[in-house]
Design a protein around this ligand. Sequence first.
Ligand code: ATP
Ligand code: MG
Length: 395
Amino acid sequence: MLQEFIYRSTLDLSPNSVVILDSAGKILYVNKKFTETTLFKYNEVHHKNVKDNLPYMCEFADNSVWELLINERQWHGQAKNIKKNGKYYWESVSIYAQSEENSYNNFYVIFKEDISEKIKIENQRTISKKMESIGHLAAGIAHEINSPLQFVNDSIYFLDISFTDMIEYIKTIEEYFKSNAGSIENYVELNNSLQALKDNLDLEFVLSEVPEAFVRISNGLGRVNKIITAMKRFTHSSQNEKSMVDINQEIEMATILTKNEWKYVAEMKLNLAEELPMIFCRVDEINQVLINLIVNASHAIADKKEMTETDGTITIATSIEGNDCKITISDTGKGILPENMDRVFDPFFTTKDPGKGTGQGLSLSHDIIVNKHGGQIYIESDFGHGTTVTVKIPK
Ligand SMILES: Nc1ncnc2c1ncn2[C@@H]1O[C@H](COP(=O)(O)OP(=O)(O)OP(=O)(O)O)[C@@H](O)[C@H]1O
Ligand SMILES: [Mg+2]
């Protein structure tokens, strides 16, 4: 009894929730932190089965986790759970399958930490980095919007002049019929004066160019619309909710937003898998990763171009590999020094001049892909020749 008291009071001091389940998922024990966090009293959960009775544990109590535990013996992840009062909160969860000596009967020890606050702070950081990226890209985006608008403007100016000419032509016909009502005697005369007017106004040219002008306006506005849609998607917040996302489309959007970063130094090649399935993810976060990686590739190529004076190539490819959607972003830029390879994912590690980089792009991308999507991100680089970043997001 004394021993049990010692164990219990020790576990009650733990800053994390501790839950012990039997092999069937029945709760044998929860510590004080658990009851404080979930607002459930000990008696309300004791001997309840997490698989059947307790919705707030269901997020990680689905079958795949238990199946995995049979062989792996442990599971680590994040889960969104509900408190007794219906409020959601995020937890980091570690489950260990244990068995008594000489017994195949498992029991499970679960450690859970409420990470809602941490996630809130991280999200804040993600948002401020996003705002910073959009700030950096703003001048480029404005430029990208400006050039199609210039087309639109020129075409409207042309249509304006053409329209004035055409009105003059129509008015001449109208005048003629008004003053010669009912007679067609001076038809030849009308024809001649219209021909002269036509030549004078260069109406042949105007009529052949007008449809083109409308196409140019439509294309120009289409481009502006694309850029604005891309910006809206990027600045939109998914509020931590995942949805089905067409990754190929997001890649195209990211290349539009970053165009001014790469177009003077690199060619962009997209090798996008034709039948890529929709991926369940947080679209604004994935966009942020794509933008970070494209900007990094552009900077690496721009740096190399300063020495070689030749343009580089950025190649973005998508494919399905096993259970993952795989995205690779390769550049022919300056590459990463071998001694820096271990540090590039560190927060605030940068080799760029102040104002050009804050060293947060890769650390945030790592957090988004690994912690928030259970995926992988890794970098291979050949110093002097180029870099490939691979991102894998589970389907
Ligand atoms: N494609 C790449 N080619 C060469 N070096 C790279 C590449 N991507 C990242 N790096 C190196 O890794 C460092 C960290 O990258 P990260 O994106 O985290 O920060 P940053 O680009 O310096 O700044 P920020 O992204 O916050 O504006 C970069 O400063 C650069 O030295
Ligand atoms: Mg960066």
